[in-house]
Design a protein around this ligand. Sequence first.
Ligand code: CP
Ligand code: NVA
Length: 302
Amino acid sequence: MTIMKHFLRFADLDKNELNYIFNLTKEVKTAFKNLKKRETLQDRHLVMIFEKSSTRTRLAFELGMNQLGGSAVYLNTKDSQLGRGEPILDSARVISRMCDLVMIRTFEQEMIETFAKHSSVPIINGLTNQHHPCQVLADVFTFIEKKGSIQGATVAWIGDANNMCNSWIEAANVLGFNLNISSPPDYAPDILSTSENVKFFSVPQEAVEKADLVTTDVWASMGFEEESKSREQAFKDWQVDESLMALTSKDSLFMHCLPAHRGEEVSAEVIDGIQSVVWDEAENRLHVQKALMEFLLLGALD
Ligand code: CP
Ligand code: NVA
């Protein structure tokens, strides 16, 4: 009997489980590319709760579940009782009695933790203000796909110490690669980590030195739009452009979770240039999330 696991943050999975998921993703992707049916989740049903907008996350979960032979139901705050004050613990009890798996995109991490506590099925974090573990799962898989391994590699995070940055910190700690972070003074991570492999740099030029991957994200995440103006000022020296990429290791990659703002956090030359793997990264959301759902519902199969 499989023990129920949630994926609320990257560190909820250990290195063995992550490696299992990365290997499974390879199988899932190969089957998809060869137009081979892989209906491992027949009669399994996913509920997706969105309290923020989404293109990639919704498509990857909804199409992914359908491709695996199951089904997915979309709920948002506006059209469900969640937006009318039904307590989270009541919603969790009711929703989880009708399905096999729940994915939630919301504001506070606390909401999904409360939901998980009262749920009888696994919960997946589809993005909160604090974490975006599914995206970093796809990013690490993309890196492995391109470079063979992330072990010993150096990743540079340039910009806001936001949900993506927090998930990268957890990934570096669990998987043991080096992570260099550079953010403007008021937007740096509160607590870095106790490990030696995660370092903070006050200027982006130092953080990207010899990096194998440079990654960034919007200056104002969802829920922080009203700070856009002040953030534009604060982040203007943290744009990933060609001069920054020139300081990285030979054959380094560029990633961005998307949506991106060309001319703000990244220049058009970089995101549309040869080092950019953003389209593979986006596609891999589909494959990695299918593997994640299989793992959470079926466990690690031989
Ligand atoms: N990267 C990402 O999560 O995209 P969406 O907001 O479109 O889901
Ligand atoms: N940090 C961004 C990621 C979007 C996928 C946000 O939270 O809006």
